[in-house]
Design a protein around this ligand. Structure first.
Ligand SMILES: Nc1ncnc2c1ncn2[C@@H]1O[C@H](COP(=O)(O)OP(=O)(O)OP(=O)(O)O)[C@@H](O)[C@H]1O
Length: 661
C-alpha cells in the first residue's frame, strides 16, 4: 500500500439540480481517471463515480489504513472539496446519517477487531483559526503548543455506539451555516481522532487515526458579513494546507510551514511522509462548478505526488537520538574543549615524558622521569661517548650571518672553550641521537615528529653541560682571559686616555683631529681632561652633560644678525650714510646741503627718504623738477603747486633744517 493516496469522488446530482437543467461536466473514464468539461483530465490513485457506495470507499481507501493504525502507524483521512460536494456525507460526520460514513466504519472496524486495545476519541474544530474542543461542555478554545492543542478532551470508549454518541455530542457544538450550495454547510474544519493503544510483547503500541472533514472551499466574492469572514478564514486554512502539501511533495527538501495556520499546526503529527495519508477530493458533477472541481483535483494531484516511507510509532520510539554534527556528546565534551584554545592565549606545549639517556643531561627546565620509568632506561649508553668528541671538534665556524649571531651570543653569555657553536653541537647531537635511535629501536627517543622538542631538550642539556665543563677546565688548567664588564672596560680606557693626555697632548690632538672630528690642536687643554677624570664617579648621563668634548671643540663665533629694519628706518639709515663727515661748526650747513641735494635730484625714491615726503609728495616734487627745473632752495617748496601752505614749515622742522636769517 502506498503511504499517500489521493482519490476523487464525484457526488450524484440532486433532484433539484437535474430539474433546474444543470449539465454534467465530470466524467469518470476509468478507476483512476477523471475528465472535467471534456478538457482537463486528472489521474489519481482512485476515481469514484456517482454510483460509488460508502462501503466501496471505505474498503478501498480507509480499511487498509485502519489496519495500519492498528499496527502502530499514524494515519489521516481527509475529505477535501468545495462546499456541497459531499465531504460530510463521505466522512459521516453528521448526526443520524442514513448511510454510515468513514468515521462510523472505522470505529466499528477498530473496536470490533481489537478487544484488548484501549480506544480514546477526541473531537475538535478549527473555526476562524481557533481550535475548539467540541467534547467539552463550554466548547473551550485551546492554545496550540508544540503542535498539540492543550487541554483537549479525550474520551475513552469501548463500543461503537458510545463512540458515535460522543461524536454526535460534539457535532452539536460544531459551527454549521447555510450557503448557496448547502443548507447545512460545515463552517469549520472538523477533526475526529481515534487513539489506539495496545499492549504487545515488545511494549506498548500507540497510534492515531485522524478523520478530517474540511470546511468547503468557496468563492467569497458573492457573500458578505459573517459568511464572508468565515469563508476568508476557511480559504486561508485550506491555502496553507495546500502549501504544506506542496512542500511535502517537493522533490527538494524544504521547510514545511506547519505553523502558518491552526489547521496545519494540529495536523502536523499526521501530515508527513512518515504517516499514511488518504485524501478524498469530493467534487460536484455540475458544469457550473467546473472551476472549483479543477482546483480540487489539482490539490489532490499534488497530494498524490507525495512519496513517503511510513514509520510505525513503536519503531520511532526505539530510534536512537540523532546527534547533529555540531552537537558534542557530553561524555567527550571535556576532551573536545581541551583541544580548543582560547583566542589570544597560547596553548601549553606538553612534551612527552621522554628523557635523554644520560642522567648528566638532566636540566631543570625539562621534566624528570619518574624513578619507576627511569629504571627502564639503560644505565650507560654510547651517547656520552658520541658527544664527547664534539667538544674537541676544531672545525672552523663558517662566517655566515647565523654564525656571527651565534658567536655574538656566545661572547655575551658564556665562554666557548673550543670555538664550537651551540647550534653546530645541537645539530650533531640530534643526528647522533638519530643514530642511537637506529641502534636501539626499542627506545623511540627520536622521530621526525618530535625533532623540534628533541632539539630544544638537547640545547638545554648542552648549555648545562657546557657550564659544568667550563668550571672543570678552570680548575684543571689555565683559564682563558675573561672579558671584564663593559663598564669596567670603559673606565679603564678613560684612565688610559688620561695618562696619555698628560704625557703627549699633541698626540691626542692628532687623534682627535680626524676628519670626523674637526678639532683644532689648541682646543685641547689639560684642565678639561682632568675634569673628565674627576667626573668618572658620577653617572654617565651626568658625565655626558658636562662632556669634555665641549672644551675640545671651540665654540664657533655666531655672526650677529642685524635687526631687520623697517622701510622707513632703512631709508633714514641710507640718508645718514650719505652724510659727509661734519664738524660742529658746519654741521647745520652740511645737513642743509644734503637735504637740498635730495630735493634737487628730483628722484622719487630719494625724495621719499626725507621725512614728511610721501609717495604723492615725491611725485609732485619730481614733476615740478621736470617742468621747472631742479629746486634751487627750500623757499621754492612754497611755489610748488599741489603742496599745502604749511608743507615747507613742516618739512624744515622735520628735517632739522635751520635757515640763516
Ligand atoms: N455520494 C453521495 N450520494 C448521495 N448524496 C450525496 C453524496 N454526496 C453528497 N450528497 C448529498 O449532497 C448534500 C451535500 O453534501 P455534504 O453536506 O456532505 O457536502 P459538504 O461538502 O460537506 O458541504 P459543506 O462543505 O458545505 O459542509 C447532502 O445533502 C448530501 O446528502
Amino acid at each position: 500500500m502506498e503511504s499517500v493516496v489521493a482519490a476523487v469522488r464525484c457526488r450524484p446530482m440532486s433532484k433539484s439540480e437535474i430539474e433546474s437543467g444543470n449539465h454534467k461536466a465530470v466524467q469518470i473514464t476509468s478507476s483512476k481517471q477523471v475528465i472535467v468539461s471534456d478538457e482537463r483530465a486528472f489521474t489519481l490513485n482512485h476515481a469514484y463515480s456517482e454510483e460509488s457506495s460508502q462501503d466501496e470507499i471505505f474498503n478501498d481507501l480507509v480499511n487498509p489504513v485502519v489496519e495500519k493504525v492498528m499496527n502502530g502507524f499514524n494515519a489521516c483521512v481527509m475529505a477535501y472539496g468545495q462546499t456541497g460536494s459531499g465531504k460530510t456525507f463521505t466522512m459521516g460526520t453528521k448526526a443520524k446519517v442514513s448511510t454510515p460514513g468513514i468515521v462510523q466504519r472505522a470505529l466499528n472496524k477498530i473496536i470490533s477487531s481489537c478487544v484488548d486495545a484501549e480506544i480514546h476519541v477526541s473531537f475538535l474544530e478549527v473555526y476562524k483559526e481557533e481550535v475548539l474542543d467540541l467534547l467539552s461542555l463550554e466548547k473551550k478554545k485551546m492554545p496550540v503548543v508544540d503542535f498539540k492543542p492543550v487541554g483537549l478532551t479525550l474520551v475513552r470508549t469501548s463500543s461503537v455506539e458510545s463512540a458515535l454518541s460522543i461524536m454526535e455530542k460534539g457535532l452539536k457544538n460544531r459551527h454549521v451555516g447555510t450557503t448557496n450550495a448547502n443548507l447545512h454547510s460545515s463552517r469549520s474544519h472538523a477533526v475526529f481522532t481515534i487513539y489506539f493503544t495496545q499492549r504487545t510483547e515488545n511494549g506498548q503500541r500507540s497510534s492515531k487515526l485522524y478523520l478530517v472533514d474540511l470546511a468547503g472551499s468557496e468563492s467569497v466574492a458573492a457573500v458578505s458579513g459573517d459568511t464572508r469572514r468565515e469563508g476568508v478564514m476557511i480559504n486561508k486554512g485550506l491555502l496553507q494546507l495546500g502549501i504544506v502539501m506542496s512542500a511535502l511533495s517537493s522533490a527538494v527538501q524544504e521547510h514545511v510551514p506547519y505553523r502558518n495556520s491552526a489547521l496545519t499546526a494540529i495536523l502536523k503529527d499526521t501530515l508527513s511522509p512518515q504517516n499514511f495519508v488518504v485524501l478524498i477530493a469530493c467534487i460536484s458533477p455540475l458544469d457550473v462548478d467546473a472551476t472549483m472541481t479543477v482546483n480540487s483535483l489539482q490539490f489532490a494531484s499534488r497530494v498524490g505526488s507525495i512519496k513517503g516511507i511510513p514509520e510505525a510509532g513503536l519503531l520511532i520510539k526505539q530510534r536512537l537520538p540523532v546527534t547533529t554534527p555540531f552537537k558534542v556528546p557530553s561524555n567527550i565534551k571535556h576532551r573536545v574543549n581541551a583541544t580548543i584554545s582560547t583566542p589570544g592565549s597560547l596553548k601549553k606545549i606538553q612534551r612527552p615524558a621522554l628523557r635523554p639517556l644520560n642522567h648528566t643531561f638532566d636540566s631543570p627546565r625539562t621534566p624528570r622521569l619518574q624513578d619507576s620509568k627511569k629504571q627502564h632506561w639503560p644505565t650507560s649508553t654510547p651517547l656520552q661517548n658520541v658527544v664527547k668528541p664534539l667538544f674537541a671538534d676544531p672545525t672552523p665556524i663558517p662566517k655566515t650571518n647565523n654564525a656571527l649571531r651565534a658567536a655574538k651570543r656566545r661572547s655575551s653569555s658564556e665562554w666557548d672553550p673550543l670555538n664550537v657553536s651551540t647550534s653546530t653541537v645541537v645539530d650533531s647531537v640530534t643526528s647522533n641521537a638519530c643514530v642511537l635511535h637506529r641502534s636501539c629501536n626499542k627506545f623511540s627517543i627520536y622521530s621526525p615528529e618530535n625533532e623540534k622538542w628533541l632539539r630544544s631538550i638537547i640545547a638545554d642539556v648542552f648549555r648545562e653541560e657546557l657550564k659544568n665543563l667550563s668550571q672543570t677546565v678552570r680548575l684543571d688548567g689555565p683559564s682563558p682571559p675573561k672579558q671584564p664588564r663593559r663598564s669596567a672596560r670603559l673606565s679603564k680606557n678613560n684612565q688610559e686616555n688620561l695618562s696619555f693626555f698628560e704625557h703627549d697632548p699633541d698626540a691626542t690632538a692628532i687623534t682627535l683631529s680626524s676628519p670626523n672630528r674637526n678639532i683644532q690642536n689648541q682646543s685641547v687643554s689639560k684642565e678639561s681632561v682632568c675634569s673628565t677624570n674627576i667626573s668618572q664617579s658620577v653617572r654617565r648621563s651626568t658625565r655626558l652633560s658636562v662632556a669634555p668634548h665641549r672644551s675640545y671643540y671651540p665654540e664657533k663665533e655666531v655672526p650677529v644678525k642685524a635687526p631687520k629694519l623697517t622701510k622707513k628706518a632703512a631709508r633714514f639709515s641710507t640718508r645718514l650714510s650719505i652724510l659727509p663727515t661734519a664738524t660742529p661748526e658746519n654741521a647745520q650747513k652740511q645737513l642743509n646741503d644734503v637735504v637740498l641735494d635730495v630735493l634737487r635730484s628730483g628722484d622719487v625714491k630719494k625724495l621719499q627718504s626725507l621725512p614728511t615726503i610721501g609717495p604723492k609728495t615725491a611725485v609732485i616734487i619730481s614733476n615740478h623738477s621736470l617742468l621747472n627745473g631742479p629746486v634751487k632752495s627750500f623757499q621754492d617748496l612754497e611755489n610748488i603747486r599741489g603742496l599745502s601752505k604749511n608743507f615747507t614749515k613742516r618739512f624744515l622742522w622735520a628735517n632739522n633744517i635751520i635757515l640763516d636769517e
